[in-house]
Each structure stands twice: as C-alpha cells, then as structure tokens.
Design a protein around this ligand. Structure first.
Ligand SMILES: [Zn+2]
Length: 415
C-alpha cells in the first residue's frame, strides 16, 4: 500500500517544531497563548492545499477538518486528534531540529550544549532505532515531538488519503487542540460540530504502543479552621491551623499510597499545595487510582485519618471537599471493544508488536471518552518528552501514519 508513497510526516514535523506553541498554565485566556494559533493557521492552509476544503480554525484555536467518506458502506466516523501546544516545563522558543541519519548506537551530543548527550544506556528504546534517522533538538530547548509528531502524522495521513483514493474509508475527522499540556485541551471542543463516533489521540511513545487505560482522578481540598487569639494571651485558647496541617501531612503513610512509593497499577493520595495562616490552612491533594472505587476508598481513608486527628482539637473544625477531575477511559472503552480491537489489528498490519499500556495520568482522551467520544491513545513515536533530550525517529513517524491508514481500512472492512 505504501510502495509508491513518499511520506511527508518528518518534513512537516521539522517545520512545525520551529514554531513556538508553548502553552501557559497561569493564563486564563483561551487559548492560553495566542502563539499556538500560529501553527494552527498553517495547518488549516496546508489542509486546504491537500484538498481538505472545510478545514478551519475557531476563535479558541481548535482546528476542525473532514476527509469525506469514499465508500457506499456505512462506516462509523473516526476522528484523529493531536495537540499543537508544547509543555511549559522546558523552553520551546527557537527550536532547531537536528537530524542524525542512520543511527548506529553512538552517543549523540547535542550541538548547542555539550552537556546534553543522548545515550542508549539512559534511553534503552534507542536499541530499536539502529539504522533509523533520529531527530533531536539542538540542546537549548525541547523538541516538541509531544505532540507535533502526532500533528505531522495526522497531516500526512490526510495527504495519503487525498492522494490514494483507492483506499476505501468512512468519514474521517481531524481535530487539533490547544492547551493539552495545561490540562485544558478539551475545554472548548465542540463534539457536535466534530460529529465523530470514535476518536484516537496520536500522542504516545514507542512504536506499536496503545494506551487504553488512564488513572481515575479526584482533587481533595482540606480546609482547617483553627482558633485565633492574641499570641501574648493565647494560653489554652489558640489552635494553630498550620500546625494541624503539619500533623495531617506527617500522619500520611510513608511507604505506600504516595507517588514516590508506587508504580504500575497502584494509586496514591498526594498533597500538591499548602496555603495558610494560623487561623486557617488549606491543603490540596490529588487522589489517583485506576479503579474509581479505589479512589473512594482512598478518600475515605484520608478523611478518617483527619477526623481522628481533629478529635484532639474540639474547638477547631475542618471542611473536606472532593472534586471529580477525570475518569479511567477504560470504563468507556469496554463498552466499545471494537475501538481498541481495530487499533490492535492496525498496529499488527503495520508490522509492529502491540504494546498495551496504562497511563499513570490523564489524557485528553480520558476527558473526551467521558463527554461522549471514546478515545484511546495511539503511539506517535515521541521519546524523552518535556526535556532537552527529546527525540523521535523518522521511521517511527512513518509507522504511525501506516498504522492510521490500516486503521481506517480495518474500520471499513469490519463495518
Ligand atoms: Zn502530549
């Protein structure tokens, strides 16, 4: 299917990463930074050049586009989604991509900073990349493969389908979102307008990997109300809310139920912020578990701990507020097993081994899944993300494109 096709993902990627699209967690506007639209505008233009005529960007910086069905068959409408922004953790200004052709396992020193060296011993995934062409940044910035790899691959998929009309498929929607890295990627998305039945984010790592499970997540806020008095005359009266907060934190389990003591399928409760004065002190926790019932257990446990501690301070009081953040997408995907099954079949047809993974975090897909668009995450090839050593291979990018082409074919076949 791909013998005569010249892939364009890498060539697009090298251009897209040079456009600064860093999002800003402190901004209240949408998108959080206007510069994200610089890339989105280019994507719209390029989609139109390929012949995807309805491509457009809305006021929030979301790009929507349709590749119309070319079959008589009734096939569910599939959306491919990627985010244009890059992480605030590491500079994304002035990215200079460097291609290291035909990688042979050597250390790769990045030209602009001699201390930045990509070594196989630190990144064992490089073992799978011998003979491939590796793209890195130059040492001063991140690369931005998270998620411009996904963006470039979806653009190449559009190019492939528009130039290979003999490949039959149902309606295909393209969605590029801003602000994924600051947790607001789905805030302004219009699912009705998008009109897709199922979606795939292209925002994963190793070739062949497929993520169909995320944490379920709640936030818990504990507000401690102490009793205030003049410190000179406080004997037997004052109850210092900050000291109670300290006791609550000290009473948390040391070797379990924390991010620093868990991995794999184990969840945790994690204080992320404390803010207070003697009179009143607030502790913000995030609670994580793959099982939504496990989330409840952890919340009950934490509340009981605090209640017991507060018995010593009858004049003080506390509030305990739970806010839902997102839910494990698996709960939704189990209702539509074909979404993951077809993806596995497509990965195999691309000649890769399927690696199903659980994400110890959330994705745009977990939110989309629960607002009506079941959405696992497919690999895009990105590695060492959010760092100056970020890398990706041209070959992995092309495999991601092949996988999407197979995926739309499988949907067509099995519908
Ligand atoms: Zn991402």
């Amino acid at each position: 299917m791909f013998e005569n096709y010249r892939f364009t993902a890498a060539e697009r990627f090298l251009r897209y990463v040079q456009i600064d699209t860093q999002s800003d967690p402190l901004s209240k506007s949408s998108p959080s930074t206007e510069k994200q639209k610089d890339l989105s505008r280019i994507l719209v233009e390029e989609l139109k050049m390929i012949g995807v005529n309805d491509a457009h960007m809305d006021e929030w910086g979301y790009v929507y586009a349709t590749i119309p069905s070319n079959t008589e068959k009734k096939v569910p409408v599939i959306c491919f989604c990627a985010h244009v922004d890059t992480a605030p953790d590491c500079s994304g200004t002035g990215v200079q991509p460097v291609i290291h052709n035909n990688y042979q396992g050597q250390d790769i020193a990045l030209p602009d900073d001699a201390t930045q060296v990509l070594r196989m011993i630190d990144y064992p995934y490089l073992k799978t990349q011998i003979g491939n062409d590796i793209i890195t940044a130059s040492g001063k910035t991140l690369l931005g493969s998270d998620d411009k790899a996904g963006v470039a691959e979806i653009m190449d998929l559009a190019n492939f389908l528009m130039t290979n009309k003999d490949v039959k498929h149902g309606g295909i929607k393209i969605l590029f979102t801003p602000d994924e890295e600051v947790g607001r990627g789905t805030e302004k998305v219009d699912l009705k307008k998008l009109g897709a039945n199922f979606a795939y984010t292209l925002d994963g790592g190793d070739a062949g990997s497929l993520e169909d499970e995320t944490f379920s997540a709640d936030a818990v806020q504990v507000i401690i109300h102490g009793v205030i008095a003049h410190p000179g005359y406080a004997k037997g009266k004052m109850i210092n809310a900050m000291k109670i907060a300290g006791e609550i934190l000290a009473a948390l389990p040391k070797n379990r139920l924390s991010p620093e003591s868990t991995e794999g399928k184990r969840g945790f409760m994690h204080p992320v912020r404390i803010d207070g004065i003697a009179e009143k002190c607030t502790i913000d926790f995030i609670i994580r578990d793959f099982d939504t019932k496990g989330l409840q257990k952890k919340e009950d446990y934490l509340r009981t701990q605090i209640e017991e501690l507060m018995r010593l301070y009858t004049k003080a009081s506390f509030e305990y507020k739970v806010t839902e953040q997102y839910r494990n997408m698996k709960e939704v995907l189990l209702l539509h097993p074909e979404v993951v099954d077809h993806a596995k079949e497509a990965i195999k047809r691309a000649g890769l081994k399927v690696k199903t993974e659980s994400i110890r975090g959330g994705t745009d897909g977990s939110r989309l899944s629960f607002i009506g668009l079941p959405c696992p995450n497919l690999f895009a090839g990105e590695q060492a993300i959010h760092s100056k050593l970020e890398f990706i291979s041209v070959q992995d990018m092309n495999k991601a494109v092949e996988t999407m082409v197979h995926l739309v074919t499988v949907w067509h076949e099995k519908s």
